[in-house]
Design a protein around this ligand. Structure first.
Ligand code: DGY
Length: 327
């Protein structure tokens, strides 16, 4: 039953209570409680007449959805730092504010990138699989040989906050040289981490580890294809905690199969979830996590707080705390 005089919002999934409770207290909130995303037709139906939408990266927020919502729609608050699921240009054209949740998941995401780098480099899951399956029989002088980390070169693609947090771990913790590729220079990374901005070719050729932290856009979609993997060192490890479509999955599988690179660690795949028969799942040198880099208590609570702040500010016509399309 809709309550008069309170803004109507659709929340596409249950988020931590620190954010959700404030939204339900202030709004006439329709909360989608299923663990799976609302199907498209349901989403289009449920946003009808809403003033605000709190969306997840699994919800496509495009012109069709904005039309289905109606002209009163004021704000889209994305429960994610990435917002490639939202047609920001269409939102801006309609005067709809778009918010994201930057900052609060930076360190957690860099931790996951480093964990994947380490797990792939030292073949940790491969060893665990063998132990569980009873295949590991004895200590082996030539078994489970991985790659060293100390003093190596990390190549960061996308030197934003998360890229810098990953570079910091590698440089300060493991004494790595930092190369980075980014359309914009990062003075902070160059000053604090002695990072060197290089072109893509040099990054591929000289890095022992390549970690992706860029957003998904026309320039980065499919950036890591077979040719890119082929130009990496055969001992290199590829890590992607950004967005799955930045690597071509079948090319990555081929590169691993043909030993063009040593290993890979992915928190993101294309599609998500990865298909159970995807060839990557048969390759022991590929460690895959279920898009869980921001899944820590403080990150998810922080995301919920910002997402609620953004939603409520947008409903009140105020500036958003993390505003994707100001001005
Ligand atoms: C994001 O925020 O964009 C991550 O992919 C999920 O936390």
């Amino acid at each position: 039953m809709s309550e008069p005089n309170r803004p109507r919002v659709f929340v596409t999934r249950v988020i931590p209570a620190v954010g959700l409770d404030r939204i339900t207290a202030a709004c006439d909130a329709d909360v989608w409680r299923d663990p799976l995303p609302p199907p498209r037709d349901v989403l289009l139906d449920r946003v009808g007449g809403c003033h605000g939408v709190l969306s997840l990266l699994t919800d496509t927020i495009d012109a069709e959805l904005m039309d289905a919502a109606g002209e009163q729609l004021k704000v889209i608050s994305n429960f994610a730092v990435g917002f490639d699921n939202i047609d920001v240009e269409q939102a801006t054209r309609r005067g709809i504010r778009v918010g994201n949740t930057s900052d609060v998941l930076t360190e957690a995401t860099a931790d996951m990138a480093f964990a994947l780098l380490m797990a792939a480099s030292r073949r940790i899951l491969e060893g665990q699989d063998d132990i569980r399956a009873g295949r590991w029989k004895t200590w082996e002088p030539l078994g489970y040989i991985g790659v060293d980390l100390l003093g190596k070169t990390i190549g960061i693609v996308g030197m934003g906050r998360i890229g810098r947090a990953m570079a910091r771990r590698c440089h300060r913790g493991w004494g790595m040289r930092v190369l980075y590729h980014d359309p914009c220079g990062s003075e902070a990374a160059e000053r604090e981490l002695d990072a060197t901005r290089v072109d893509f070719d040099r990054l591929l050729a000289e890095s022992d580890f390549v970690s992706v932290h860029t957003d998904l856009n026309d320039a980065t979609r499919g950036l890591f294809d077979f040719d890119a993997f082929r130009r990496m060192k055969p001992t290199a490890v590829f890590v992607n905690t950004a967005r799955g479509p930045i690597h071509r999955q079948s090319d990555l599988a081929r590169a691993l199969r043909e030993s063009e690179i040593f290993g890979a660690g992915l928190d993101v795949t294309d599609p998500e979830p990865i298909a159970p028969d995807d060839p990557l799942l048969t390759l022991t040198r590929c460690v895959i996590a279920p898009h869980a880099a921001s899944a820590t208590i403080s990150s998810r609570n922080g995301m919920a707080e910002i997402a609620a702040d953004n939603l409520l500010a947008g409903l009140n016509g105020e500036p958003l705390r993390c505003w994707v399309n100001p001005g």
